[in-house]
Design a protein around this ligand. Sequence first.
Ligand SMILES: Cc1cc2nc3c(=O)[nH]c(=O)nc-3n(C[C@H](O)[C@H](O)[C@H](O)COP(=O)(O)OP(=O)(O)OC[C@H]3O[C@@H](n4cnc5c(N)ncnc54)[C@H](O)[C@@H]3O)c2cc1C
Length: 116
Amino acid sequence: MPEYVIVGNSAGGIGAAEAIRQVDQHGSITIISDEPYAAYSRPAISEVLAHERAPEHIEYRPRDFYRRLRIQAILGTPAEHIDFTAHTVRLGDGRSVHWDRLAVITHISPRSRGER
Ligand SMILES: Cc1cc2nc3c(=O)[nH]c(=O)nc-3n(C[C@H](O)[C@H](O)[C@H](O)COP(=O)(O)OP(=O)(O)OC[C@H]3O[C@@H](n4cnc5c(N)ncnc54)[C@H](O)[C@@H]3O)c2cc1C
């Protein structure tokens, strides 16, 4: 069974995990994030700062999301090094996580045409 590892636990990362689960019910999925939180909406941060919404109300998915999709979430731990020969990601706490399929989704930003 393939071991899927996703670095990044935001819109892109959880979308990738959901897409994997649609086609593979059996492989293991690990999400790694340097932030210690469940995936949340960055655009809604201003509403939290304005006390219009509680932090838990800007999470993208219900609390059981990771358990329901059988995702191992390693949160609050940065990915520091990728070894493409050994197929491992080394984490900030010294652990190594093996991958068969790796997605690094640590930030996608829309760009204007011609912008580099
Ligand atoms: C304040 C704010 C307001 C915004 N408003 C809008 C808006 O109104 N409309 C809009 O379209 N977009 C908006 N955006 C942009 C939108 O949030 C991003 O386009 C979107 O979040 C990108 O998602 P992503 O999953 O690619 O990356 P991100 O949301 O940036 O997530 C990156 C993930 O990677 C993790 N990560 C990064 N480096 C490491 C590492 N070394 N090891 C482990 N984990 C790592 C982070 O912890 C995070 O989980 C806003 C962004 C901000 C900050």
